[in-house]
Design a protein around this ligand. Structure first.
Ligand code: ADP
Ligand code: MG
Length: 337
């Protein structure tokens, strides 16, 4: 069995804030196999964005302390030199964040940004790169791609800009694609088009994908695995079938509207769990979910973090990433009983 494409191990991120040290990511570990799609879900503030920004060295060094390891093809992203990281980010990792303006240069035309990206990492002529850029814009559903190449970001709508960012991220056939609420602002038809395009890229190039979303339809539609984050930790990580059909953790059951008496969502988004998440500057001892947990099956939860169990899954072997289903077993017993 080959090593997974990405192995994140004991990732921790602390941020210095005016209110003290925020423990935003607290020992996160997961893998992404080649060609595998891992959906990351969890309430706002659970550390999803910070955890992926940390992987790519995109947190401000003045305030952020990042520890752990994140090996992409065996090479640790967290310890490599800034030069090497820049080299890896282009062809190795494509990123799409919720706000396209954070990724686009406002003073360069769309064409220039796409062409530069394509040429920076491969031996192609300007004309070839421009052709490929127009092709990509067509694939992400931009009308009149040739004309769009000569436009500036501010001349396009938000949805168009996001499609441009997605085209840029896909332009180098990255081995890993990270999308953070990337299609949230797009209409469903365009979103479906983009999800298809990503699936094609995966089939063709074995791209691993981390897809952060609150949309259960997207999770069910594209994910092989689901990672559920709470309080900067993984509370559950399993195959999409296991997590959606047989959620083990009370928090996951809450998000899926699967616990009786909890609010359910009827718009296809994750449900709301009563109560508020803990402040990362003031995490509770024990299980981070304990203060809100409707189950509280085990007295140890108040003082100890329930360990994640590693058990075999029935899922096909996808690059080593899909071999285990991890869930907090204490919680599972309680919420099933
Ligand atoms: N630059 C920052 N400075 C201080 N705190 C931050 C910063 N960025 C994020 N946080 C805090 O880190 C926590 C996790 O944020 P984030 O990763 O954005 O959550 P998510 O993406 O899951 O909604 C939140 O409590 C947020 O307030
Ligand atoms: Mg976020």
């Amino acid at each position: 069995m080959s090593a997974p494409l990405l192995e994140v191990e004991d990732l921790r991120v602390r941020l210095r804030t005016p209110r003290g040290t925020a423990h935003v990511v607290n020992g996160l570990g997961y893998t992404v196999g080649r060609g595998e799609t891992v959906a990351v879900v969890g309430e706002s503030g659970s550390g999803k964005s910070v955890s992926v920004l940390a992987l790519l060295g995109l947190l401000p060094a003045r305030v952020a302390t990042v520890t752990g390891a994140a090996r992409l093809d065996g090479e640790d992203l967290l310890t490599m030199s800034p030069e090497r990281l820049r080299e890896v980010r282009g062809p190795g990792v494509g990123m799409v964040f919720q706000d396209p303006m954070t990724s686009l240069n406002p003073v360069l035309t769309i064409g220039r940004q796409l062409v530069e990206g394509i040429r920076a990492h491969g031996e192609v002529s300007k004309a070839e790169a421009r052709e490929r850029a127009a092709g990509l814009l067509a694939e992400v559903g931009l009308p009149d791609p040739q004309r769009a190449l000569d436009r500036y970001p501010h001349e396009l709508s938000g949805g168009m800009r996001q499609r441009v960012v997605i085209a840029i991220a896909l332009s180098n056939n990255p081995s890993l694609l990270i999308a953070d609420e990337a299609t949230t602002a797009l209409d469903v038809t365009v979103q479906a088009q983009i999800l298809d395009l990503v699936a094609e890229l995966q089939a063709e190039h074995g791209t691993g994908v981390i897809w952060i979303t609150h949309d259960l339809g997207v999770v069910a539609g594209i994910a092989d695995r689901v990672l559920v984050m709470y309080g900067g930790r993984c509370v559950e990580d399993g195959t999409v079938d296991d997590v959606l059909e047989r959620p083990a953790h009370p928090y996951t059951r809450g998000l899926l509207g699967a616990l009786p008496d909890l609010a359910t969502s009827d718009d296809g988004d994750l449900a709301t769990v009563p109560g508020v998440p803990p402040a990362p500057t003031d995490l509770p001892p024990g299980c981070v979910f304990w203060p809100r947990c409707p189950v509280r099956s085990d007295p140890r939860c108040a003082t100890e973090q329930p360990p994640l169990a590693i058990v075999p899954t029935s899922h096909r072997d996808i690059g080593g990433g899909g071999l285990v289903h991890r869930a907090a077993t204490w919680c599972e017993e309680g919420s099933r009983g």
